[in-house]
Write a protein that binds this ligand. Structure first.
Ligand code: M6R
Length: 620
């Protein structure tokens, strides 16, 4: 994915664009650029590399340049060089576009545009949009030329959008209209912030909140045209629409580092507070019930459901797998967790009585969105467990539960994971209560859930000790993460965390599977992380630890507080407070997040912007 930001107002656009791009840099960071309308021309400054590189190329801001567009890129079509960086100018030099998404029919359009003598300078799909708008803008004669009150620029954008197949969140300017900014959306997010005589268009609210908290969230196939006279919204079929003004729900403070060296560390440390927000008002300790307002109307259907299918990707998939175990264990309902990327291309069986649950932090993951469409087409009721309010997944599901953990900016997902598990636990407990679980058991789990935030504090307090473990082990290039039962998905998540930010090869496995092959990998000193808390499979996992030690592996063991017996099996020991095994993942994952964080820092990596990654994957 990429980040786009655009400004029209009374202030100099350049610093606003740069600040906005810095807020959006987590969305992509291989190249960046800005385009400013300057005296009837468009001035483009762009470069490969980070926004800091772009910043060094900029002149002092000109207070008269009040309209501009900016982009930070995660490459899809074309390598991340300067030519492929956005904004892209059309062949006439009058139109400039920044774009997040993928144009699937760009080759067909490009061939046609080349036949019309349009010149291309990049390998991107985006340049096709710029040239198509430019071509339509310069060649209106003989066509259904703009109607009254609708200028040629807006007409050309609207007509070009109708030719595009694929996804876009885009902002467009035209040199002939120094007072007009157009934005449009299909499949990629786009928000219009409405300030005091100023407009900020951006991929997400973090680039807007500094200027205004009033915003309009465009839906797919909608466009907005803003000028000093105001703004209007319509569909790309030219039907005027009224959009509701929404309040951006988080403060600037939520997206600042606040003294932390990295967003990932901030977000790890925020987990007690984040989980309190997630659980807040939802746990009815007095009556032993759980209140999830967003799905209130669907309880009858959920309670009668025969099957649940969870769809997600990456870390959210790991949370989904824990959700599967929770729903089976507490609600006794048949549940499967699917990689959304696989589910969408299969021919899945969705019988009557199937509930599909999509889990996603960003709410923009393309594969998860497509899986939802697939499920809906086959008649399933789809629920969302999403963090970003108003995101595409939140809007395309029948009902859902928000995580309420505030913005997650670090590319490695941390607080969203624990909150996803917390929401799935709430769902399982309440569904269980409505099916087979005794009121006494439901009350027990609710009380235990309410204590999780304070117990996370106790794990966080071991950060310095975990750092020492990272110092002793982070030079090793191959690791294993092993767990059983509810802690098996935690092993997968621990391995993913280490891989994505420290670039260490790590494999997560159900511990018992190790002997079926991966045990061959164990060499002298190889780190093996075991999640070996007190649970129903405790004795079994001790056996697995012994198998690794017998072959020279170094064990890093996450164990229950007060477990003296386990010390002899651990080269390095981390403890977590005791909780019922169904709820353990919310605690056992914390040391693994911290371990991955310190390992990455010690290895000198940019923790918040790991190579080749972007925060949410809006491409297939
Ligand atoms: O926004 P989503 O939760 O849908 O994102 C899914 C994955 O792309 C995401 O969890 C990814 O695996 C993270 N980088 C993991 O830290």
């Amino acid at each position: 994915m990429c980040g786009i930001v655009a400004y029209l107002g009374k202030k100099a656009a350049q610093p606003i664009l740069i600040e906005g791009l810095k807020r959006l840099e987590y969305r992509g960071y291989d190249s960046a650029g800005v385009g400013l309308i300057q005296g009837g021309d468009i001035k483009i400054i762009k470069s490969s590399g980070r926004i800091s590189v772009l910043e060094e190329m900029l002149d002092e801001p000109n207070s008269g340049d009040v309209l501009g567009i900016g982009h930070t890129r995660w490459a899809t079509h074309g390598e991340p060089n300067t030519a492929n960086a956005h904004p892209h100018l059309d062949y006439t030099g009058k139109i400039a576009v920044v774009h997040n998404g993928i144009i699937e029919n760009y080759n067909t359009l490009k061939t046609w545009l080349i036949s019309k003598d349009c010149k291309f300078k990049s390998d991107t799909d985006t340049e096709v949009i710029a040239n198509l708008i430019g071509y339509l803008y310069s060649n209106t004669e003989g066509k259904d030329s703009p109607s009254d009150g609708q200028n040629r620029f807006e007409w050309a954008v609207q007509h070009a959008l109708n030719e595009l197949v694929g996804t876009y969140g885009l902002a467009v300017v035209c040199a002939d209209f120094p007072d007009m900014l157009i934005g449009a959306k299909k499949g990629s997010p786009l928000i219009l912030g409405l300030g005091d005589n100023e407009f900020v268009i951006a991929s997400d609210a973090s680039a807007i909140v500094e200027h205004t908290t009033q915003a309009i969230y465009l839906a797919d196939n909608e466009m907005v045209t803003a000028s000093s006279k105001g703004f209007h919204t319509k569909t790309i079929d030219n039907i005027e629409i009224h959009k509701e003004l929404k309040q951006i729900e988080f403060s600037l403070d939520a997206i600042e580092l606040n003294g932390f060296s990295h967003y990932m560390l901030k977000e790890i440390c925020e987990q007690p507070k984040a989980l309190k927000m997630c659980l807040g008002g939802r746990l009815d300790l007095r009556d032993g019930r759980i209140v999830l307002g967003g799905i209130g109307k669907y309880w009858r259907e959920i309670t009668r459901a025969k099957r649940v299918v969870i769809n997600a990707c990456g870390t959210a998939w790991h949370a989904g797998l824990i959700g599967e175990f929770l729903l089976e264990q507490l609600a006794r309902i048949n549940t499967e967790t699917e990689y959304a990327s696989e589910f969408r291309y299969r021919n899945p069986v969705i019988e009557d009585g199937t509930i599909v649950i999509a889990v996603s932090q960003s709410g923009e993951t393309a594969d998860t969105l497509a899986a939802i469409e697939q499920a809906r087409e086959r008649g399933a009721t789809v629920l969302g467990i999403v963090n970003v309010v108003g995101s595409s997944i939140a809007r395309s599901t029948d009902a859902g539960v928000y995580l309420r953990v505030g913005p997650e900016i670090g590319v490695a997902s941390t607080k969203a994971f624990t909150a996803q598990v917390a929401v799935l636990a709430m769902l399982a407990i309440e569904l269980g209560r409505r099916r087979h679980l005794s009121n006494e058991s439901a009350r027990f789990y609710i009380e235990e859930l309410s204590k999780i935030p304070e117990k996370i504090e106790k794990v966080l307090a071991q950060s310095e000790d975990i750092k020492k473990i990272a110092e002793a082990t982070c030079q090793r290039e191959n690791w294993l993460f092993l767990g059983r039962g509810f802690n098996y998905p935690v092993a997968l998540e621990g391995a993913l965390k280490l891989k994505e930010i420290s670039y260490i090869h790590a494999e997560g496995l159900p511990a018992a599977e190790m002997k079926h092959g991966p045990i061959a990998l164990i060499t002298d000193g190889m780190p093996a992380v075991f999640i070996a808390t007190r649970c129903s499979q405790y004795e079994k996992i001790i056996g697995n630890i012994e198998e690794v030690r017998a072959r020279g592996g170094k064990t890093i063991v996450v164990a229950s507080e007060g477990d003296e017996d386990i010390k002899k099996y651990a080269d390095h020991l981390i403890t977590v407070p005791q909780v019922p095994e169904e709820l353990q993942p919310m605690l056992t994952v914390i040391p693994l997040q911290i371990l991955a964080y310190h390992a990455a820092v010690l290895r000198g990596h940019d923790v918040d912007k790991p190579r080749n990654l972007a925060k949410s994957v809006t491409v297939e």
